[in-house]
Ligand binder design. Structure first.
Ligand SMILES: [Zn+2]
Length: 125
């Protein structure tokens, strides 16, 4: 399981965002996920929010300079992919970063995402 940690305090300064974030109770959600993951012997990987998940093309790794919140889909100048969905692209990037982290910790993570460490602890990303 891979989640992106967000600087909620900073984001609450943005009035437009504040309501959504407060509603989602992001921090509480991560706490619950961590608890559930541990109970099932799974790993919860937290990706630091500085990682440019939204601005980086999940296909080719090209990073664009700006990605205003109003933009929901974009075209990648690096590989020419059209209509990249902002959120799906970010989710793929976060997942990839999580897998890199898990591998760095010595866990084997198959490319298909199904996961298992030799023996007991299975890992979901
Ligand atoms: Zn690209």
């Amino acid at each position: 399981m891979v989640v992106e940690t967000l600087k909620v305090k900073n984001m609450l300064k943005n009035r437009k965002l504040a309501k959504h974030i407060a509603d989602a109770s992001w921090y509480g959600l991560i706490q619950k996920l961590a608890y559930k993951a541990e109970a099932q012997g799974k790993h919860l990987v937290k990706i630091d929010q500085w990682f440019a998940s939204t601005k980086t093309c999940a296909g080719c790794g090209h990073k664009v300079d700006k990605m205003p919140l109003s933009i929901r889909t974009w075209d990648c100048p690096g590989c020419g992919t059209k209509g990249i969905d902002r959120d799906i692209n970010a989710a793929i990037n976060i997942r990839q970063q999580g897998i890199i982290k898990l591998r760095a910790e010595g866990l084997s993570v198959p490319a298909n995402g199904g996961m298992r460490k030799s023996g007991h602890a299975s890992v979901a990303a």
